[in-house]
Write a protein of this length. Structure first.
Length: 223
């Protein structure tokens, strides 16, 4: 039976709204995630930064320390409330919007998203990257972090159902990308991408159309 994609994405937003009080628990429980936060220091985060699907702001403060300004977007007002409380910088602006419907009002030097690409349905991958391209200033870069295919072993079947503490269940989109396949997909969409693995995570830098310069000095990653 065909999946109603709009309904699935609506349910995904509902899940993250309901999960807001539980969201940060995974960072408290997993040392590898806490260590991953430090990778921002070795990535080309510069100028005016757009953060898509910022969640509770785990990454926002680290971005703000390197950026001139940060605009952080998320569809959940509940997680945005936590992010605002966590982020003290006056240079950070939060916006509540559905990333799949939102259009950037201006251009940014860096577009960043962590653990979001895996929530983009394959049928909307091209549209999503078009939105990212529209948000980038000339010579700007998209920087992203996500789980790699090895993380699938920790998830439910197809990672389509998540359960909260109260027993409620929600369907979400979860696509585990292989870094080589994703590099090829982005090339077909007109991007030059350097995607590497760091333990079970993917760390990527992408630019539309123009050759990618090597900006990876100091990052402990492997191909």
């Amino acid at each position: 039976m065909a999946v109603d994609e709009d309904a699935l994405l609506t349910e995904q937003i509902a899940y993250y709204r309901a999960r807001a009080p539980e969201y940060d628990r995974v960072y408290a429980e997993r040392e590898d995630l806490r260590e991953l936060l430090t990778v921002v220091d070795d990535l080309p985060i510069t100028g005016d930064v757009l953060e898509l699907a910022c969640g509770t702001g785990q990454w926002t403060s680290a971005l703000a320390a390197r950026a001139r300004s940060v605009t952080a977007v998320d569809a959940s007002p509940e997680v945005l409330g936590i992010a605002r409380a966590r982020t003290a910088s006056a240079e950070v602006r939060f916006e509540c919007a559905d990333v799949f419907k939102w259009q950037p009002p201006r251009r940014y030097d860096t577009v960043f998203f962590a653990f979001w690409l895996s929530h983009v349905p394959p049928s909307r991958l091209g549209d999503f990257w078009n939105t990212v391209a529209a948000a980038l200033a000339p010579h700007g870069k998209a920087v992203f972090i996500d789980e790699g295919p090895s993380a699938a072993a920790r998830e439910d079947v197809a990672a389509e159902v998540r359960r909260l503490d109260d027993g409620s269940e929600y369907r979400i989109v979860k696509v585990f990308h292989d870094h080589e396949e994703l590099t090829g997909q982005l090339a077909e969409l007109g991007w030059s991408a350097d995607i590497r693995t760091r333990e079970e995570f993917l760390v990527g830098i992408a630019e539309p159309r123009e050759p990618l310069q090597n900006r990876w000095s100091g990052v402990a990653v492997r191909r």
